[in-house]
Design a protein around this ligand. Structure first.
Ligand code: NCD
Length: 304
């Protein structure tokens, strides 16, 4: 039994396999409609979610399986003080696979050590979000046709933005990738990701506060929301929340084949006027999330 806690739990070959399966699902959805008949997915969400939870649920339904779970900690026994370890041990009796989101970093890892079924990390605090990264990889593949030789701008809250942390870990495996880290000083990427991932893999990167200056060099621009729920005080959030707002005017110097991504939800960081730009990939990105989660469920349940 295998879980997915960190994107680095998957080899590059396994990621390729998942992408191939997702592309096949997109081409032949009918072939997959009954693959998970009789199987159950439990979604244990101790933190708010729209896309991640619903795309997991849609994915399981489209595979012919069914879904149970909760969407807030208050409606589970966590509100009575039950530990994550006990919760997943119990849920293992009811479901074949678990997707868990939790505000505490490491909670899904603990869950995977106690569950008797595979556990998928659907986001743990400000740490990791591997299935968003699989979504992002499928999006980059479909939009750009390659992973190699890309200059990727990551913009916004790089400190608490867990999707960025996992995406860097995944993209650091491909040749010719370069990162441009664009954030206010207070929201810079955690030092451990710079040293343990980028420097260890010899990945070139630069840090800047200036989105406009880097725009012409970018193949991918990955915007993120300032993660209000991880701030210690509201005044800091208010001061930093609108550090970057992408508008059509700011895209004037961008490449014609730029791919604009965002894990969503968006608050203010991309103007709605950008949505009609053909380079805006963030809603296509959402749909990719369903297909890649279908592929992941099949893999972890060892369905042919
Ligand atoms: C992200 C998350 O939960 O980390 N959302 C998502 O899963 N698509 C990004 C965010 O909340 O800002």
């Amino acid at each position: 039994m295998k879980s997915l806690i960190d994107i680095r739990d998957l080899t590059t070959g396994e990621i390729d396999e998942l992408l191939t399966t997702a592309l096949d699902i997109i081409a032949h959805p009918d072939r997959y409609a009954r693959k998970c008949c009789g199987k159950k997915l439990a979604t244990l969400f101790f933190e708010p979610s729209t896309r991640t939870r619903l795309s997991f649920e849609a994915a399981m339904y489209e595979l012919g399986g069914s879904v149970l779970g909760f969407s807030e900690a208050q409606s589970s026994s966590a509100a009575k003080g039950e530990s994550v370890a006990d919760t997943v041990r119990v849920v293992s009796y009811f479901a074949d696979i678990i997707a868990m989101r939790h505000p505490k970093e490491g909670a899904p890892l603990v869950a995977s050590m106690r569950a008797t079924v595979p556990v998928i990390n659907a986001g743990d605090g400000g740490h990791n979000h591997p299935t968003q990264t699989l979504t992002d990889l499928l999006t980059i593949w479909r939009e750009k046709g390659r992973f190699e030789n890309l200059t990727i701008g990551l913009c916004g809250d790089l400190k608490f933005g867990r999707t960025v942390h996992s995406l860097i870990a995944a993209m650091s495996r491909y040749a010719g990738v370069k990162f441009v880290l664009i954030s206010p000083d207070e929201l810079r990427l955690p030092g451990y990701i710079q040293t343990d991932i980028m420097e260890r893999n010899g990945i070139p990167y630069e840090e800047t506060t200036d989105l406009a200056a880097t725009m012409p060099a970018l193949d991918v621009l990955y915007m993120t929301r300032v993660q209000r729920e991880r701030f210690f005080n509201e005044a800091d959030y208010v001061r930093l929340k609108d550090s970057y707002v992408l508008t059509p005017a700011k895209l004037e110097t961008a490449r014609e084949d730029l791919c604009i991504m965002h894990p969503l939800p968006r608050v203010n960081e991309i103007s709605v006027a950008v949505d009609d730009d053909p380079r805006a990939a963030y809603f296509r990105q959402v749909l990719n999330g369903k297909y890649i989660r279908m592929a992941l469920i099949l893999k972890l349940l060892e369905v042919d």
